[in-house]
Design a protein around this ligand. Structure first.
Ligand code: J2J
Length: 547
């Protein structure tokens, strides 16, 4: 399943050759990587899940066991007709089965489509239908939500969806994941340049874009991340954020840790008590969180009874981390802070472990690779002098050249010569570190969770009483940003109140984090000189943050 250029633009051959010659792309695949680790140290623990064992207790899978499980799961899925190039929407919480399923799919050359546990009907039906997914993997119930109901809707609406596999709990009308495994059969491995999975973009458009990543490019980003974050076979990574998100998956994340032969510990909940308990009991050495969590942890740690001595690195990224909180990380948690500014499209920047403290607390790091090309440009794509803030464009050995099946969008999101327009406004320091100054894309970054304004606007516009809607970010003392929807009602329509708008959007099946935090009714929107709605002025209309 070589990336089909009509589905996803890939690196031109001269770039691919350069990245191979430089040693970035080494011809590895995820399936082989796991087999190699399992052969080298079969008994070493790969994945710890504090739940799901007998009596709901702790499970620890060795590399040998994970490898065998992935093999048997791959054989079982193959027996049900799932194979190379098939898309499988995977929506699992932080449970060990996530790795069993994902490595089975990697081995088959079938592509996981990574959904988040928070996604609901609107997102899931779209992912399933857009990718023509043949299968969908869910928990039975998680966080009080019954995913089987969601699956029933998805199956009724998406004709290609033949299988639903349920992990843990009663599978109901669907297949139990635990019953899928079969005797391992010979399965041809995909090639290193093949697509490994489709990752979700934060997005700024009406529907989320899908990001095609190859084995070669993603594994390079893992290897590079491991070196920068000093992840090795002794590392114990705590997966706190949803496992499928690009940050905890790859920066260096669970896959980086497995690449290094280390141990991944799954954290069912990010609240300090739960996470700190696991840090102490599992000897966690490294983890990654978003800024609001870093804030909560920093406040809770000095009062906590748990011993956090094993923790040596805390990665913070996904949204801008305030300098003030950044300065408090080491005193409070006793570990090194690494800021990480990454994106599922590719480019990942880290502050280095030996960077001066001032650099660590005031910048968002520098790129993984010497072959990451960075441009900071003005609105007309002219390069700006170092130190001036502008649009970040990037190209490199693990940054995609285009979204999956989105040619029109790609023409806008990439330059002719293949630079990705990140939509971020950054400034470069003389040492080559990046400082994120803002954003040009029409997106809300709600504590690391990305919300495309247009997607939410479309849902609000579907309400019969709504004439027009604009969704913008407003400051929030905890989340950094929250969403505010400005709504103009239809003349003569029954008056609508804010809770009704939120309820309407939620009932249309949009993930809860995308439901507007605040709804404000207005008579008109501020306009720019050329008569377009000025989101800048709408943002400025927001009330000052209240603590
Ligand atoms: C400001 N904005 C940031 C930061 C991401 C590692 C870490 C994060 C992500 C991620 C990721 C930021 N300061 N430190 O994939 O591997 C905003 C930018 C960026 C967008 C990407 C990883 N770190 N951002 O957050 O695909 O706007 O990836 O373009 O979810 O998050 O979002 P996403």
């Amino acid at each position: 399943h070589r990336p089909d250029p009509s589905e996803a633009p890939t690196w031109p051959e001269e770039f691919a050759a350069r990245y191979r010659a430089a040693g970035w792309w080494r011809g590895e695949t995820f399936g082989e990587m796991l087999s190699e680790r399992a052969n080298a140290h079969p008994d070493r623990i790969a994945v710890v899940d504090p739940t799901g064992g007998p009596d709901g207790g702790r499970r620890a899978w060795s590399y040998g066991e994970l490898d065998r499980r992935a093999d048997r799961m791959a054989a079982g899925l193959a027996a049900r007709g799932i194979g190379r190039g098939d898309k499988v929407v995977v929506q699992l919480p932080n449970v060990a089965e996530f790795f069993e399923v994902v490595f089975a799919l990697f081995r088959l050359g079938a592509l996981p489509v990574f959904a988040l546990p928070a996604h609901r009907k609107s997102e899931i039906v779209y992912f399933c239908s857009f990718t023509e997914a043949v299968a969908y993997v869910i928990p039975a119930v998680h966080d009080g939500f019954d995913y089987r109901e969601l699956a029933a809707t998805a199956r009724a609406e998406v004709p290609t969806l033949k299988h639903v596999f349920v992990s843990g709990g009663d599978a109901g009308e669907f297949d139990s994941l635990a019953e899928v495994p079969a005797e391992p059969a010979f399965l041809p491995e995909p090639a290193p340049h093949d697509l490994a999975f489709l990752q979700l973009s934060g997005g700024s458009t009406g529907v989320p874009k899908l990001i095609p990543r190859t084995h070669d490019d993603y594994i390079y980003s893992l290897r590079g991340s491991n070196e920068i974050c000093a992840v090795d076979e002794h590392s114990v990574y705590l997966c706190v954020l949803p496992a499928a998100h690009n940050f905890p998956l790859s920066s260096p994340g669970s896959l980086g840790t497995l690449y290094a032969g280390g141990r991944v510990v799954l954290c069912p909940s990010p609240v300090p008590d739960e996470a700190f308990r696991l840090i102490e009991s599992e000897g966690v050495t490294i983890t990654g969180v978003v800024p609001p969590l870093a804030l909560v942890w920093t406040e809770a740690a000095p009062r906590s009874a748990y011993n956090l001595n094993s923790l040596s690195v805390l990665l913070v990224g996904g949204a801008k981390f305030s300098e003030e909180t950044a300065r408090r990380v080491r005193p409070a948690l006793g570990c090194t802070l690494q800021q990480v500014f990454g994106m599922a499209e590719g480019l990942v920047n880290y502050t280095r472990l030996d960077d001066p403290n001032e650099t660590v607390v005031t910048t968002q790091g520098r790129p993984i690779s010497p072959d990451d090309e960075i441009r900071v440009v003005d609105d007309e794509d002219n390069d700006l002098p170092v130190g001036e803030a502008g649009h970040l464009l990037t190209r490199g050995p693990y940054t995609i050249r285009g979204y999956w099946k989105a040619p029109e969008h790609n023409a806008r999101s990439f330059t002719e010569d293949g630079f990705y327009r990140t939509g971020d406004i950054v400034r470069l320091t003389p040492t080559g570190h990046l400082i994120v100054e803002g954003r040009a894309k029409d997106q809300i970054n709600r504590g690391g969770e990305k919300i495309a304004a247009e997607e939410v606007e479309n849902h609000i516009l579907a309400h019969p009483a709504v004439h027009d809607a604009n969704v913008v970010a407003e400051p929030d003392p905890y989340l950094g940003e929250r969403t505010c929807a400005y709504v103009i009602l239809r003349p003569g329509a029954d008056p609508l109140r804010a809770p009704a708008v939120k309820k309407f959007v939620r009932e249309r099946g949009l993930a809860a984090y995308k439901v507007p935090d605040r709804v404000v009714f207005v008579d008109a929107f501020p306009k720019t000189g050329v008569g377009k709605v000025s989101k800048k002025d709408l943002r400025a209309a927001a009330p000052a943050p209240t603590a």
